[in-house]
Design a protein around this ligand. Structure first.
Ligand code: MN
Ligand code: MG
Length: 637
């Protein structure tokens, strides 16, 4: 742990120490409670982060607290509030109440703020006691393309100088969010909101913010630390954003990673040890309140205003960082009473809601092998979607086409760590299990595709894997930079992945090798799929909107959108099958590669289910120092 007080730079009488504190990607994790497993957790929750906030405030003469967005969506609590809003019953949003209690100085919007539509967002923001800024989001409802919220704000603060005197400072705060919002949430937004390029908005607005008198400018960038070179409509634009004149500090987010720290590689422009982008101080405070971002500035008079003389960036974790293991993870701070009080009854209401029993499963449901083999949880989502879709297309022109169902595993390791898997024992199924199986408030959506588009869809999924060469043991199998939620499995056809071939698509979805094919043996009912065969695929609003850059989303002529949350189709499925029998079809496989084996890592809970994975010869290697269990798949024919 970094001791901020020990590192506090000496300041001269005319200088001031100004501490900037950041939370990001809270996703309505307000209390340290995991609603999916219905148990307390030391790993996240704003109530814990809040205690760090109070500690850091007490140790600094001057401090400001910011949130970087994705604060209104992400737990069963947030869905419950959204349902209350839809019924006209919503009061002050508990996330906003908690943030008010903690006294944020400003915040910005993340992409998930738009998941429940603009009315919901505006209702929530009306309760905020702090300004929320975003410079690249346009409100299109009134015909004059105004900003949805203020692009920036100037916070007028009285600095306490090292020598004891006080002096005014004007702190400019400007916000940015991924321009993909208008695509990702196209269905919920109905064209009411447009999202522009982050860098273009910065070039337009930062000079105005400076001209309005800001002494220093802080960018709240709900955007990751990605490519260094500017591209049009970048999702993760924080590096080139830091290069824009007039911006002094970058608070980044969206990626659910930690900066400074080993999540990022050092480059000419990114210093993950010092925590700088373009030499400017930056932080990204993990997610769900896992960390508090801290930037210590020493500011000094600069003729008419102030300039930054020195800076230091760091993160502080809410729990002991050395152990990702459930048993070993201990909280470092207690929950803050103010946040607990602000959440009020919403926590208890959420518990009542998520514990409501809606069915039973006769066997365990787990996702430990979802990225290497057919999986029962993905199958369950695919089945629930297909059954709901069938009733929607009965009697339409689509009723005669084969109906396929595309689903991806959401909890399958990744950033969430070795505990981030579905692991539901045989027994009762409650609402929380549906939420666990389907984390996002995506809506059911259908699309008609031909055989060629179907194959291309699967080629995109195939970029989840590294290339495997013959005659080499223990090659890395899963490209961990490829998010699990982008790994669409299409139920209703069968296919294999030939991983000895290069991937057609990059992780981000750009075509890297147009002629490359990994998909083999694509068949429907045992017959090869021809390029002009026609299918209807049921999927979700995020995918249809362009999430994960699947090529099908670019051809939007044949789409049916709905207002049915996919999660509700799961709950219906539970109710209609009171003794659910988990199973998985042989939908996809990995082609043999002579003399090759491939290594992957999964959660330690997988050890209870190894016997259930019969597809390939599987060897357990053991646990690594981050708590993952390493396994090897023998790919030799
Ligand atoms: Mn997020
Ligand atoms: Mg985000």
């Amino acid at each position: 742990m970094l001791e901020h007080d020990a590192r506090k730079p000496a300041v001269e009488a005319h200088q001031a120490h100004l501490r900037l504190l950041q939370t990001t990607d809270m996703h309505v994790n307000l209390l340290p409670y995991d609603y999916y497993v219905d148990a307390p957790t030391p790993r996240f929750g704003l109530a814990r982060t809040a205690s760090l906030v109070r500690r850091h405030r007490a140790a600094a003469r001057n401090s400001l607290l910011f949130d970087n967005g994705d604060f209104l969506q992400g737990t069963p609590l947030s869905d419950m509030i959204a349902e209350q809003h839809a019924r006209g019953e919503a009061g002050l949003h508990p996330a906003i109440a908690a943030m008010n209690a903690l006294g944020y100085d400003a915040g910005t919007l993340g992409n998930h703020e738009f998941n429940y539509g603009v009315d919901f967002l505006e209702h929530a923001l009306r309760g905020a006691a702090f300004p929320v800024v975003s410079a690249n989001i346009t409100d299109r409802r009134h015909g004059d393309d105004r900003h949805l919220v203020a692009p920036w704000v100037i916070l007028e603060r009285d600095l306490s100088l090292a020598g004891g005197a006080r002096a005014p400072i004007r702190i400019g705060v400007i916000g940015f969010a991924p321009p993909q919002i208008e695509v990702w949430d196209a269905i919920a937004l109905r064209g009411q909101v447009a999202t522009g390029d982050i860098l273009a908005a910065a070039r337009d607005q930062v000079p105005q913010l400076r001209a309005a008198g800001a002494d220093i400018v802080i960018a709240l960038s709900h955007s990751g630390i990605g490519d260094e070179t500017a591209q049009d409509r970048m999702e993760n634009a924080s590096v080139p954003l830091a290069g824009i004149d007039g911006i002094d500090v970058i608070l980044a987010g969206h990626m659910h990673k930690c900066f400074p720290g080993p999540d990022f590689d050092a480059t000419d422009l990114v210093d993950p040890a010092l925590g700088t982008l373009h030499g400017k101080p930056a932080v990204m405070a993990g997610f769900h309140g896992s960390h508090l971002g801290v930037i210590d500035l020493v500011v000094e008079p600069d003729g008419s205003g102030w300039r930054i003389a020195r800076h230091a960036s760091s993160l502080e974790a809410i729990c002991e960082p050395e152990t990702m293991r459930p048993a070993g993870r201990r909280a470092r701070v207690l929950s803050d009473a103010g946040v607990i009080a602000a959440v009020g009854d919403a926590h208890d209401q959420t518990l009542d809601h998520v514990r409501r029993e809606v069915g039973r499963t006769t066997g365990p449901l787990q996702s430990y092998f979802a990225r290497v083999a057919n999986d029962g949880t993905v199958q369950l989502v695919a089945d629930a979607q297909r059954l709901a879709a069938q009733t929607l297309i009965d009697g339409t022109a689509w009723a005669d086409l084969p109906l396929l169902s595309a689903a991806a595993p959401f909890k399958a390791g990744g950033q969430g760590g070795p505990e981030n898997y579905v692991d539901i024992p045989a027994g009762p199924l409650a609402i929380r299990h549906a939420a666990d199986l389907y984390l996002f408030p995506n809506l059911l959506a259908l699309i008609e595709v031909n055989g060629a588009q179907l194959a291309d869809w699967l080629e995109r999924s195939a970029s989840a894997f590294h290339r495997v060469v013959p005659q080499r043991a223990r090659q890395a199998l899963i490209d961990m930079a490829f998010p699990a939620y982008c790994f669409d499995v299409i139920d209703g056809v069968t296919y294999d992945f030939d991983l000895s071939a290069p991937a057609r698509f990059t992780i981000g979805g750009r075509v890297a090798a147009p002629a490359a094919t990994r998909v083999r043996n694509l068949c429907h009912e045992g017959r090869p799929v021809a390029p002009d065969d026609r299918f209807v695929v049921v999927t979700n609003s995020y995918r249809i909107g362009g999430g994960c850059n699947f090529p099908i989303a670019r051809d939007t002529a044949r789409i049916m959108t709905t207002t049915v949350p996919v999660r509700d189709t799961l709950i219906d499925h539970f109710r209609e099958n009171p003794a659910l029998i988990p199973y998985r079809r042989d939908t996809w496989g990995i082609c043999p590669v002579p003399g090759a084996s491939a290594e992957f890592r999964t959660g330690p809970g997988a050890l209870h289910h190894v016997n259930g994975v019969r597809d390939r010869r599987l060897t357990v290697l053991g646990e690594d120092d981050e708590g993952w269990t390493r396994m090897v798949l023998d790919l030799d024919p």
